[in-house]
Design a protein around this ligand. Structure first.
Ligand code: FES
Ligand SMILES: [Fe+2]
Length: 392
């Protein structure tokens, strides 16, 4: 996908071809994306003293947790003879390769070469990236130099202490940018989220398939989307640059107030994405919490055959949302060919999103300063729908 044909009727002149979907280290989008903290793993999956393989934006990495509990992210392969490092042994805050014992600290510096009998003139290094934990997720900063303040991922709803948090990860077998675009497409709620089965989310928001009036505005952190349907049904979402959305979704029971979800579409590579989601709900008892954890285990990719046959039977309300989005977005192809699109006025959010990305990529291409995004100064309470119908 390049700039030709991807902005549609609102096309803007571009000095170079700007590929939107590619995030390899040497691509323009890869350079842009690496300016932001990205979630890369569920914190609960990484035990003290254990290492795991990761692939993020086409880079193979090793994530391990030192014996202090601190997470570290270093390169995927040993500098000696290139075996994978996640099979290594964690000792203290360092990791030793299983092949010949070369040892690395959390900054990627090789601190020991056990079988070497002469000093090396230069230190050996592998890649290393800052890591930190937040709301049940481990984040990495994969750019160069000092990382930005850990600001954009934070939400008041995750820090107030008034809600229970549940973190989830899904693997989707398609490009991340399609999923980002889906976040700026409020009209799909009136169709995709009534498709197959009307879960509480679709039934409550879509007002029986009514087409909303759309408003979009650029904010300090991204784009605000307002979709207004009749009878005071106003849905507001705050999308944060470059790949995070903040929305409200049904609570764990029909009596619950609506919860908050923050979801990131993180590229594994060009054709695969990890979706990380933090779900913040009013406090629930342990049995309900256990049910939520079970619901969050749903992986739409594993059910692709049934879902593409239109079979959404037996899914929880939360899983129905993922399943419907998955069918719509994966249905565009592993990497959507946007040259085949015909955008319409209802795609105003997608057109605005692409313009913002193209502006930022142009800045990167011209070695100019892209926008400095910051957490919303004017954060508002996202309103739930006025009268959930309780379907589902
Ligand atoms: S390949 Fe890692 S120590 Fe030899
Ligand atoms: Fe959706």
């Amino acid at each position: 996908m390049d700039s030709e044909g991807c902005v549609g009727q609102a096309g803007i002149q571009q000095p170079t071809k700007l590929h939107l979907h590619e995030t390899g280290r040497d691509t323009l989008m890869g350079r842009l994306m690496r300016r932001f903290w990205q979630p890369v793993a569920l914190a609960r999956d990484v035990e003290k003293g254990k290492a795991h393989a990761l692939r993020i934006m086409g880079e193979d990495l090793t994530l391990y947790r030192g014996e202090s509990g601190a997470p570290y992210i270093v390169g995927g392969r040993c500098a000696h003879r290139c075996t994978v490092l996640h099979t290594g042994v964690v000792r203290g805050e360092e990791i030793s390769c299983m092949y010949h014992g070369w040892r690395y600290d959390g900054e990627g510096l090789c601190t020991d070469i056990p079988a070497e009998n002469r000093p090396r003139p230069d230190p050996v290094r592998i890649a290393a990236y800052p890591a930190r934990e937040y709301a049940g997720l481990i984040f990495a900063y994969m750019g160069g130099g000092h990382p930005p303040a850990f600001d954009l991922p934070r939400k008041h709803e995750f820090e107030s202490g008034e809600r229970m948090l549940f973190a989830k990860r899904e693997y989707w077998d398609c490009n991340w940018f399609q999923q980002v675009e889906n976040s700026l497409d409020a009209v799909h709620l009136s169709f995709a989220h009534l498709w197959g089965v009307a879960g509480q989310f679709g039934a409550s928001i879509s007002a029986g398939g009514e087409i909303p009036k759309l408003e979009y505005a650029e904010t300090s952190s991204g784009l605000r989307q307002i979709a207004t349907r009749s009878n005071g049904n106003v849905r507001i979402s705050d999308w944060t640059f470059p790949n995070n959305n903040h929305i409200v979704v049904p609570g764990p029971t029909k009596q619950s107030s609506w919860g908050h979800v923050s979801v990131w579409a993180v590229p594994i590579d060009d054709a695969r994405t990890m979706r990380f989601r933090i779900y913040a709900t009013e406090p629930v008892d342990e049995a309900t919490a256990e049910r939520i954890r079970g619901d969050l285990d749903f992986e739409p990719t594993e059910h692709a055959q049934a879902l593409f046959s239109g079979d959404l039977s037996g899914l929880s309300d939360q899983s129905i949302i993922s399943a419907q989005d998955y069918v719509a977005v994966r249905g565009q192809g592993a990497i959507c060919d946007r040259a085949q699109e015909n955008l319409s006025s209802s795609d105003a959010g997608i057109i605005m999103l692409r313009k913002v990305f193209l502006r930022e990529l142009t800045a990167i291409a011209q070695s100019a300063q892209p926008k400095t995004w910051s957490r919303l100064e004017n954060a508002i309470d996202l309103p739930p729908p006025p009268a959930p119908t309780g379907v589902g």
